[in-house]
Design a protein around this ligand. Structure first.
Ligand code: GLU
Length: 428
């Protein structure tokens, strides 16, 4: 294993082992489910703007497809590793099972920093990624989607390359496409909206009125922004947003104690969701250090950026008034921090439940693409609400019945459903 401070896949396997023990899985099933079924690692040569060619490293991991075609995003990030992708692919398998959609789990990535790439170079990476895996993906094998720093435009370039190679039109081969080109209405907002649907149910269980709550959010990409929009709709007040600043190569927290104005902050962001520090200051926001978002006197924390953000080192700075952590990101809480939050009785909506709205809407998009019949936005969001509410209730009721944390309950349900599919197919 690589000597990273947090090896995401080692953490995922340790967690899986604990869940396998709780489920008393036999050794064949454990061996099958504690590692990816298939994985691809490859080079993507790209002709850069200045005529040089640069080679990027790309990955696709198909963790398990017993319940349906592998499903999961493709991330563009300079610090991407194969182990990171493996961990995220495993999480996708459990997530799709918790959401109870007929899909398996996968994830892909490219080691690159889109901030420093031109649109042509990004298109080259997207098309090059597809050329390496075209034979092994597709509507009935593996369906990629956007993730960190990838967009609907990237999905369309990828789909175009796939369809060129496959010789036909296969709109269900990618999700997260532009709405004008076979995407689903509501897909962009789905992860954030879904998270807040789960949060609404959690607050109901805690007998807390959403309109009496405040929240701090980390991340101002599509997940963070949509979560804030839906939380505001429930009547809550977001007082702080933590956000990466590319120019300064560090994060800041933008605070306004009487409540942030979402549209105003959106108008100050660039295409990566970085908020302009000078414009925010001019508009009267306090600009605090990056981690300040988790020290605010709020009821709810919404980490909606990257993994490993709430750690053993900073968990002690989360004030006692925080009652709920709703995980919009994948893996934002390290296991040590998770234990501490559980000890303090914080109600955690774990990632594989909380952010399952994205892939659930991707499933709706696939259904629409495959049948070439598109739904109204209200219908999409209504169906998302139903799926998220029932996934939340499955997990919350199981957690209460078995006296498990919400995270353990979600993992037990997810792993159990995948294990059953493997057994039912006669694999183990
Ligand atoms: N990237 C999102 C996730 O982590 C969505 C994946 C998908 O839509 O396939 O859940």
């Amino acid at each position: 294993m690589a000597a990273e401070p947090y090896n995401a896949f080692a953490i995922a396997q340790a967690h899986f082992d604990r869940v396998a023990e709780m489920l008393e899985l036999d050794s064949g099933t454990r061996t099958l489910l504690r590692q990816p079924m298939r994985e691809y690692a490859f080079s993507i040569p790209v002709r850069m703007q200045d005529g040089r060619s640069e080679v990027f490293r790309g990955f696709r991991v198909q963790y398990n497809d017993a319940r349906g075609p592998a499903k999961g995003g493709i991330r563009f990030h300079p610090l991407e590793t194969l182990d990171g992708i493996r961990a995220l692919a495993a999480a996708m398998a459990w997530k799709c099972a918790v959401a109870d959609i007929p899909l398996g789990g996968g994830k892909g990535g490219v080691v690159c920093d889109p901030h420093n790439l031109t649109p042509n170079e990004l298109e080259g990476i997207c098309r090059g990624w597809v050329r390496q895996v075209a034979r092994d993906i597709g509507p009935y094998q593996d369906v990629p989607a956007p993730d960190v720093m990838t967009t609907s435009q990237h999905m369309l370039w990828m789909l175009d390359e796939y369809e060129t190679l496959a010789g036909g039109r296969f709109p269900g081969a990618f999700t997260g496409k532009p709405v004008s080109m076979g995407g689903s209405l509501g897909r962009r907002e789905a992860t954030g909206f879904g998270l807040v649907f789960a949060l609404r149910e959690a607050l109901l269980r805690l007998h807390v009125k959403p309109e009496a709550t405040t929240a701090a959010v980390q991340g101002f990409g599509s997940v963070g922004q949509a979560a804030i929009a839906m939380y505001h709709e429930l009547g809550g007040t977001v007082i702080a947003v933590g956000c990466w600043n590319q120019a300064d190569q560090k994060s800041y927290t933008f605070r306004r104690v009487e409540g942030i104005d979402l549209d105003e902050l959106v108008s100050m962001t660039d295409r990566f969701g970085d908020i302009s520090k000078s414009r925010a200051e001019e508009a009267g926001y306090e600009v605090l250090p990056g981690e300040a978002w988790l020290e605010q006197d709020v009821d709810i924390l919404i980490p909606a950026a990257l993994e490993n953000q709430i750690t053993e080192q900073n968990v002690g700075r989360i004030p006692d008034c925080v009652r709920v952590v709703a995980e919009g990101a994948n893996g934002p809480t390290t296991p040590e921090a998770d234990r501490e939050l559980n000890r303090r009785g914080v109600y955690i909506i774990p990632d594989i439940l909380g952010n399952a709205g994205g892939v659930t809407c991707s499933y709706f998009e696939q259904v629409q693409s495959n049948t070439n019949y598109f739904w109204e936005k209200d219908e999409v969001i209504g169906k998302l609400n139903v799926k998220m509410t029932s996934a939340f209730l499955d997990v919350a009721e199981f957690a209460e019945k078995k006296k498990l944390s919400m995270r353990d309950a979600a993992y037990v349900i997810g792993v159990d459903r995948v294990a059953r599919a493997c057994r039912d197919r006669g694999w183990v």
